[in-house]
Design a protein around this ligand. Structure first.
Ligand SMILES: [Zn+2]
Length: 154
């Protein structure tokens, strides 16, 4: 959590009170660079006592009012912050929708040991070696198994 960013967004004008709440929610998980995300719309909605639809509308309003600038990977930069360079191509964050789809497909468990918690998404062919974010190159592994695998090729 970035106290500095939270303090900063409290002073920003937003198109709606919900926008201000969302900024506070986002600022809580923001980086010191002012980059934040509303990837988990359900969580954002619960924080604001609103619906996920309301959250999407309020985010759109803030983008329209230039309070939020779209950045990389569906994230945003807060008005007044210098947008940091986007993350390098090969190391892009996996969109939440793909993460969910892979974990659903794999039955919510680690394909190596069957663990059902601490799950992560593994690139079968490592992205550092050109592996894609395609569903066919992704599998569900728990973090310990993922660490054991490292970047070895299958
Ligand atoms: Zn495992």
């Amino acid at each position: 959590m970035s106290i500095r960013v939270v303090g900063y967004v409290m002073g920003l004008q937003t198109p709606s009170p919900l926008g201000k709440l969302l900024l506070l929610y986002g600022a809580d998980g923001a980086t010191e660079d002012g980059v934040l995300s509303f990837d988990d719309q359900q969580k954002a909605a619960a924080f604001c006592c609103a619906t996920a639809d309301d959250v999407m509308v309020a985010v759109d309003e803030m983008v329209a009012a230039n309070v939020l600038l779209p950045w990389a990977d569906g994230r945003f930069v807060i008005q007044g912050y210098e947008p940091p360079p986007p993350p390098p191509a090969g190391k892009r964050q996996l969109p939440l929708s793909i993460r969910r789809a892979v974990i659903d497909r794999d039955g919510h468990k680690c394909l190596a040991c069957g663990a059902t918690n601490d799950l992560s998404i593994d690139h079968i062919h490592p992205e550092s070696k050109g592996g894609s974010h395609d569903m066919s190159n992704l599998q569900t592994l728990c973090r310990p198994c993922n660490r054991r695998k490292g970047v070895r090729l299958p």
